[in-house]
Design a protein around this ligand. Structure first.
Ligand code: BZD
Length: 839
């Protein structure tokens, strides 16, 4: 940029703004320049895109703060019942573009930045993702925050302010394997948070708990270590409203800078050790999804966060000067999976030990306050804490859990006298060496309602996870709320061209359909309009080119935008079966190889994209990545096939990368073993953007097909009830792969032959299929390949395909997170919209 004139942009605009001669300049321009000069202390002469981002962000933040303050004041004055969403993960992604969209300021900022010499799109990508989550569960929490603000619901999120979010994924150039690097997302300050250094709570760990011994159930907990929780507030703007909600994240700090006693005794190392251990609590997000390890630091995180959040809610409730017996009339708390279950025990502790509420009354308050969402039926994901660990870390809570359990089992015994096995199954304590605490059971008995996240999943929750509890409490305690996604980020923001086309076609302001997504059905009457079809296809094409440019820049490989784009992006996990997909790609490759050049010319060109992170300790998942990367290296270089099939593993999957990939997909894969994917939410995002779906009859795929029509999705594979019998068969009457699926056997042999890497490196992965085959790849492979052939066939008829694409988008109204959050608000929390009215 050496020769470019400085400052960039219109020199007069800069000079006027800086000299204060700015009466006719737009407010936004003045504000940006003012932040450059004062907040950033920079001159315009060397301002780069990052500086422009920071100044623009600070200027947008000024708007948000005003709305945020008014909203909080309004809630305080009106004192409505509030809801709290407790989640260890909030996968927010970038904020600037979303804030501009929600505030309706995108055009204004675009113009101002352009006058100052910057392109909005270059400025937006300077922002680092806030990636405080692993996958679907964390992103769902973020969508729900957007919807609650948009729906003007008095809801706050509570989470942890991790210093390091989900690790950055790199791919080893040499062998193609995943490498992990830290994610220092707070490195260049975070304009979107307000440190509340005055909002702090002391959180105790360890120590001892002494019962009063008077039959009241009360005890005194003292000693141990105290850690400080400090609040950071993240502003959550609603779309098309001034309501701006709050996400409060806690940071841990030592109560004192360092331990004076050790310091004075000359033990400096020990003096800082205590303070380091306090800061360690919120230092890093655990990168495991669907597997638990029972680590002390994780339990510390869970308690630290729930205790700080409850203390904060209690303080707010006390300001209302209502009797404590009315706590549940003013507060509803949603537990995002079992991670916040200690909140149930902590509220009991506060009520019984501190507020001196009689036990039974306290338990009534608790069980009217909490609501529990389950997100998985996989047994390895069910949290169980060892009793000795709990006793050591939280002695008072262990006593409370034993007491809760005893009283609960007494009530079970009353209803089912003499059924010892039932008591053993329902107990909060699992016998073993050591004993452990079943957090899911605790979450169920401590909550008013329990829900799964799609119809099938909610059914499995009742039938497979908690059948005894359904018998005990009755059906009505167990329900379903199908997940949703925010159409603001997942259509308007990530796919502006499609949003524009929809707005003109529906002939409605986009504010209307973006808040009432069922309005998309209005597209159906244009399905046969050839002009509209052309425009629809042109948008997809444009998004594919945008992705191609990105791939070329990051991987240095060209992608043919004429090819069908086939995408599978999600966390790497055996149950999600990325392995099935890559084996399918190899099958396509060997089939192409066996064809004559003339035959190949008739095949639909395809570009296959994968992205996703594997948990750092998950060997098989990491091996799958390595296989994908190395297959890509072979396929993309093969002169016989590379015009017909290319393969890409895009490193470091993130919300921002999803925003680029999803609008560009023709087809996406959601191919979990039936009964294992609770819902899935990216399936909804792809379909909303006009991508079709290849999938199993699982999770929300089923409801998507119900909406868009089964002729618009490509289903394959065995159904949920088949899976257990098949697994039994694999164990006791195994059939060789060669017999069950010769095609798959051939693919496995191709991998074994060493063309993607010798020395048998992939054998452990191949053996998960050859032996045991827990995720039934051998049973589903042939029908999977058939489904992909159907996709090819359908894609060959371009007009029909475009119609399917339009029909799919048009029928996605149900999957707006606005619908989901209203369901929770009305059927669970009993809270109402509280619109900010300015006085
Ligand atoms: O939650 C996911 C499910 O697998 C999806 O089917 C579902 O759509 C989403 C939202 O309901 N679960 C997770 O993402 N789970 C985790 O990330 C996780 C994290 C920590 C510990 C255990 C699981």
């Amino acid at each position: 940029r050496g020769k470019e004139k400085w400052p960039r942009g219109d020199e007069k605009t800069w000079k006027d703004a800086m000299r204060g001669v700015h009466s006719e300049l737009p407010e936004v321009t003045k504000s940006i320049v003012n932040h450059v000069q004062t907040s950033l202390a920079r001159a315009p002469y060397n301002l780069d895109d990052l500086g422009a981002y920071q100044a623009a962000a600070l200027s947008v933040r000024d708007n948000l703060i005003v709305n945020w303050n008014s909203t909080q004041l309004h809630y305080t004055r009106k004192a409505p019942k509030r809801a709290y969403y407790l989640s260890l993960e909030f996968l927010m992604g970038r904020t600037l573009s979303n804030a501009l969209l929600n505030l309706g300021l995108q055009p204004t900022y675009s113009t101002s930045l352009s006058n100052l010499g910057f392109a909005l799109e270059d400025v937006l990508v300077q922002e680092r993702d806030a990636a405080l989550g692993n996958g679907g569960l964390g992103r769902l929490a973020a969508c729900y925050l957007d919807s609650s603000a948009t729906q003007e619901l008095p809801l706050w999120g509570y989470g942890l302010r991790y210093k390091y979010g989900i690790f950055q994924q790199l791919i080893n150039e040499h062998d193609g394997s995943q490498l992990e690097a830290p994610d220092p997302w707070l490195e260049h300050q975070n304009p979107w948070e307000l440190p509340r250094l005055d909002v702090t709570y002391e959180i105790r760990f360890y120590g001892s708990a002494d019962r009063w011994g008077d039959g009241s159930g009360r005890a005194v907990w003292s000693g141990g270590q105290e850690v400080l929780a400090v609040a950071y507030d993240v502003m959550i703007p609603g779309y098309g409203t001034k309501n701006t909600n709050n996400l409060r994240l806690w940071e841990s700090k030592p109560k004192r800078g360092f331990d004076l006693q050790s310091f004075n005794a000359g033990d400096y190392e020990r003096a800082v050790e205590t303070s380091n251990s306090a800061a360690a609590i919120t230092s890093v997000l655990y990168p495991n999804d669907h597997t638990v390890f029972g680590k002390e630091l994780r339990l510390k995180q869970q308690y630290f966060w729930t205790a700080a959040s409850l203390a904060d809610m209690m303080r707010r409730f006390k300001n209302l000067e209502k009797p404590i017996s009315e706590f549940a009339e003013y507060n509803a708390i949603q537990l995002n999976d079992t991670h916040p279950t200690m909140a149930i025990v902590e509220l009991m502790r506060i009520l019984v030990d501190e507020e001196e509420v009689p036990w039974d009354q306290a338990w009534t308050i608790v069980t009217n306050t909490f609501f529990f969402t389950n997100h998985t039926v996989l047994p390895e994901a069910l949290e169980k804490w060892p009793v000795p660990l709990m006793t050591h870390l939280l002695p008072r809570h262990m006593q409370l859990i034993f007491d809760i359990n005893m009283l609960f089992l007494q009530s079970v015994e009353k209803q089912f006298p003499g059924d010892r096995e039932r008591l053993a199954r329902m107990s909060l304590i699992e016998e073993g060496f050591p004993q452990s605490i079943r957090m899911a059971n605790l979450a169920v008995i401590g909550s008013k309602k329990v829900n799964g996240v799609a119809e099938l999943h909610s059914d499995l929750v009742k039938r497979n996870l908690f059948p005894d509890f359904v018998e005990f409490y009755g059906q009505s305690k167990f329900a379903n709320v199908t997940n949703g996604i925010t159409p603001r980020r997942w259509l308007d923001q990530c796919n502006p061209a499609l949003s524009e086309l929809i707005t003109t076609t529906l002939n409605l302001p986009r504010e209307v359909w973006l808040k009432d997504l069922f309005k998309l059905e209005g597209l159906l009457k244009h399905v046969d309009d050839a002009k509209f079809q052309q425009r629809w296809a042109a948008v997809k094409r444009q998004n594919k080119e945008r992705l191609s440019n990105f791939v070329e820049k990051t991987l240095g490989i060209t992608v043919d935008a004429d090819a069908m784009f086939d995408v599978q992006v999600k966390r790497l996990h055996e149950y999600k079966r990325q392995t099935l997909n890559i084996l399918g790609v190899i099958h396509r490759y060997t089939t192409l190889k066996s064809m004559t050049p003339a035959e190949r010319k008739k095949v639909v060109k395809k570009a296959v994209f994968f992205a996703g992170k594997a948990a750092p300790g998950y060997y098989i998942a990491k091996l799958t990545i390595r296989l994908i990367v190395n297959v890509a290296r072979v396929i993309n270089e093969d002169p016989d096939t590379k015009d017909y099939l290319t393969l890409f593993f895009l490193p470091d999957y993130s919300v921002s990368l999803a925003e680029l990939l999803i609008p560009a997909s023709d087809i996406s894969q959601h191919i979990s073993t039936a009964g294992t994917e609770a819902s899935g939410t990216s399936n909804m995002k792809f379909c909303l953007n006009g991508g079709l779906l290849v999938g199993t009859v699982d999770g929300a795929n089923i409801e998507i097909a119900e909406e868009v029509g089964e002729d618009n999705v490509f289903f394959f594979g065995h159904l949920t009830p088949d899976v257990e019998p098949l697994r039994y068969q694999h164990t006791y009457h195994p059939i060789p792969v060669e017999e069950k699926s010769p095609a798959l056997a051939a693919v496995l042999n191709t991998v074994s032959s060493g063309i993607f890497g010798a020395d048998g490196i992939y054998e452990p992965l191949l053996n998960t299929v050859r032996q045991g085959d827990f995720y039934i790849l051998t049973d589903d492979f042939d029908s999977y390949i058939k489904a992909l052939e159907m996709v090819d066939e359908a894609y060959a008829d371009r007009t029909e395909w475009i119609k399917k694409s339009i029909r799919t988008s048009a029928k996605m109204g149900k999957f707006s997170s606005d619908r989901a959050i209203q369901d929770y608000a009305q059927e669970y929390w009993n809270i109402e919209s509280t619109k900010l009215v300015e006085e």
